[in-house]
Design a protein around this ligand. Structure first.
Ligand code: GLU
Length: 399
């Protein structure tokens, strides 16, 4: 007998953001004073009104199955939010509530991809996109976007990457890992290509409230009805409301896509957690002041962090406009020596930092940029100061 595994599943790498975060937590449990610039997880408590709504859901006995695509109340609240905040005309039946942002994306790709369909992913990218696409039978197609492009894809590059197998394009703005935000003009140019090539755009807007310059990021599906018909917008509660552990994501999609997503969900997971849905309803319809308070804190941290980073040797970064990451170019540091040994890769750079400086960072090889690391500033100012002191000491020791 030969007990083999699924080839598709074997082609998927484990998430290094989660692995590094778990490693930092384990070292802390051993008593080490580890600073974690790893996973993008806000350090704030979930706002009290949201927690109270969850407690009420439990005491009210709201603990049974709900409809598979989410409660009608929450789907309506998301539809209203899409319309008023994002200018996206998705009706409640076009909204699906899922078990977090990753699950929303999983449903989307399972709903739209046939084997061999290509999905264009601007590089650098959040490491889970290609893996989720592969699991759904698709083929990720990477388009490199350098620092000179502000790490953003242009309409020309998108058009050039399209083939007759292209089914979709992933647009993530504000962006993880770069913190870049696409302007309305840039989105208009991209939208023209998307409509002309007749492909879907998967707009991952999970960082929508985390922007630090000018006005709120524009949703591509809000530009006109033609692009809306090609747009699947994914979002979730985790980053904006500090609700990472509650696992609620949501999607607005053309009706045919939403119906298929609902069917998939009805077999794979049934409804997302009923209590977390009630908490999310409160998050979306209750007071919004915590969102701007958290954003103000993130901005302070970003400004502090960026000012320090630009003064450090061997590294450089564009100033992020949104999300909560600094994407650090370490190409100049690679090839230098640490204690007599050459630091050749971003993985080695990150290993030394965690093992010798108790500082967790994300090496970005899995994000498509092997000479960069990512630092999350979703941690306290005190931790940021301490961690940057350590990174600076490490960089100064390189020869
Ligand atoms: N999305 C966050 C990050 O990039 C959380 C961890 C993960 O899901 O990858 O750090």
């Amino acid at each position: 007998m030969s007990l083999t595994l699924s080839e598709k599943a074997l082609s998927v790498k484990p998430s290094s953001t989660l692995a590094i975060t778990a490693k930092a937590k384990a070292l802390r449990a051993e008593g080490k004073d580890v600073v974690g610039f790893g996973a993008g997880e806000p350090d704030f408590a979930t706002p009290e009104n949201i927690c109270n709504a969850a407690v009420k859901a439990i005491t009210d006995g709201f603990t049974k199955y709900t409809a598979a695509p989410g409660t009608p109340e929450l789907r309506k609240a998301v539809s209203d939010k899409f319309k008023t905040v994002n200018g996206l005309k998705y009706e409640p039946e076009q909204v699906i509530i899922s078990n977090g942002g990753k699950h929303a994306l999983t449903d989307v790709f399972e709903a739209i991809l046939n084997p061999g369909d290509e999905v264009i992913i601007p590089t650098p990218f959040w490491l889970s996109y290609p893996e989720i696409v592969k699991l759904a039978g698709g083929v990720p197609v990477f388009v490199r976007c350098d620092v000179n492009d502000n790490y953003k894809i242009s309409a020309e590059k998108l058009a050039a990457a399209c083939t007759e197998k292209t089914k979709a394009f992933i647009l993530n703005s504000p962006n993880n890992p770069t913190g870049m935000v696409y302007s309305k003009d840039e989105l208009e140019s991209l939208a023209k290509v998307i409509v002309e090539k007749d492909i879907y755009v998967i707009a991952d807007e999970i960082y929508e409230y985390l922007f630090y310059e000018g006005s709120a990021p524009v949703s591509i599906g809000s530009l006109n009805d033609e692009i809306l018909a090609h747009t699947i917008t994914c979002n979730g509660m985790a980053k904006s409301y500090s609700m990472t552990g509650w696992r609620i994501g949501y999607t607005g999609a053309p009706l045919a896509v939403a119906k298929v997503m609902s069917s998939i969900q009805s077999h794979q997971t049934s409804n997302p957690n009923s209590i977390a849905q009630m908490a999310s309803l409160e998050a979306l319809t209750g007071p919004q002041n915590s969102v701007s308070e958290m954003r103000a804190q993130f901005k302070k941290r970003l400004d502090y962090m960026y000012d320090r980073i630009v003064k450090m040797p061997h590294v450089s970064a564009l100033k992020p406009q949104g999300a909560f990451y600094v994407f650090l170019d370490i190409s100049e540091a690679l090839g230098l020596s640490y204690k007599g040994n050459k630091v050749e890769t971003c993985g080695e750079f990150a290993r030394i930092l965690i093992e010798e400086y108790n500082t967790a960072v994300i090496p970005c090889a899995d994000f498509g940029f092997a000479d960069h690391i990512r630092l999350s500033y979703a941690i306290s100012m005190e931790q940021i100061e301490k961690g940057l002191d350590r990174i600076e000491a490490f960089l100064k020791s390189l020869q």
